[in-house]
Design a protein around this ligand. Structure first.
Ligand SMILES: [Mg+2]
Ligand SMILES: [Zn+2]
Length: 202
């Protein structure tokens, strides 16, 4: 799965526990066990970490932009505590009927993140739990990794032949595999592009 430089994550069901009734309050934003430490380990291994999340609950009026900002402040706070950071966060607040370019399965957020970090699709992967995540990755031309957390099991049951680069029990399992592979490649002297060519955040 290397040479990956940018790991893009879906939010609900990958980083935090999902709900079929939407995550509507800051208190409902609860990290999946090990996910924050997984992001920190990706950071330490030199990967950039982006998030691309559909938040149509905004467009539906279930919660406000201020509440969403509060959830992300909580995410940042807990992540900082775990020694990690998210380098870029993209949210789509629109309804399916808005026909925007950002709502997954459309690839708008993934393409924007690629532009932001000046990377090619081959240098990215997307980790998600829903079929729309897979479709967005496919449309952006990048590898897709499915996690079984969140809607992952349901996605797998509905699409058993999904063309995934990997199927993982959790973000923690994915990150452990990617960082181990990256360390192996670094030890063998192969250029992986993940050894710190990019300056860290200010
Ligand atoms: Mg999800
Ligand atoms: Zn949108």
């Amino acid at each position: 799965m290397t040479p990956v430089q940018l790991v893009i994550l879906d939010r609900d069901g990958v980083i935090n526990e999902d709900s079929d009734d939407y995550i509507r309050t800051v208190a409902q934003w609860v990290p999946i066990a090990g996910s924050l430490e997984a992001i920190a380990s990706l950071n330490r291994a030199g990967f950039r970490v982006g998030v691309a999340t559909n938040q149509s609950g905004i467009g539906r009026g279930y919660y406000s932009l201020e509440t969403l900002a509060g959830m992300h402040a909580r995410m940042t706070e807990l992540l900082t505590h775990a020694g990690g950071r998210i380098d870029a966060l993209r949210c789509c607040p629109h309804l399916p009927t808005d026909h925007c370019r950002c709502r997954k399965p459309r690839p708008g957020m993934l393409l924007a993140l690629m532009r932001e970090f000046a990377v090619e699709p081959q240098q990215c992967c997307f980790v998600g739990d829903a079929y729309s995540d897979f479709r967005a990755a496919e449309a952006a031309g990048m590898a897709f990794h499915l996690v079984r957390t969140g809607k992952g099991e349901r996605t797998l049951a509905a699409h058993p032949a999904l063309a995934c680069a990997g199927i993982w029990n959790s973000l923690a399992e994915f990150a452990a595999a990617l960082t181990a592979l990256s360390a192996q490649l670094a030890a063998s002297g192969m250029a992986t592009g993940v050894t710190g060519n990019h300056p860290g955040p200010a």
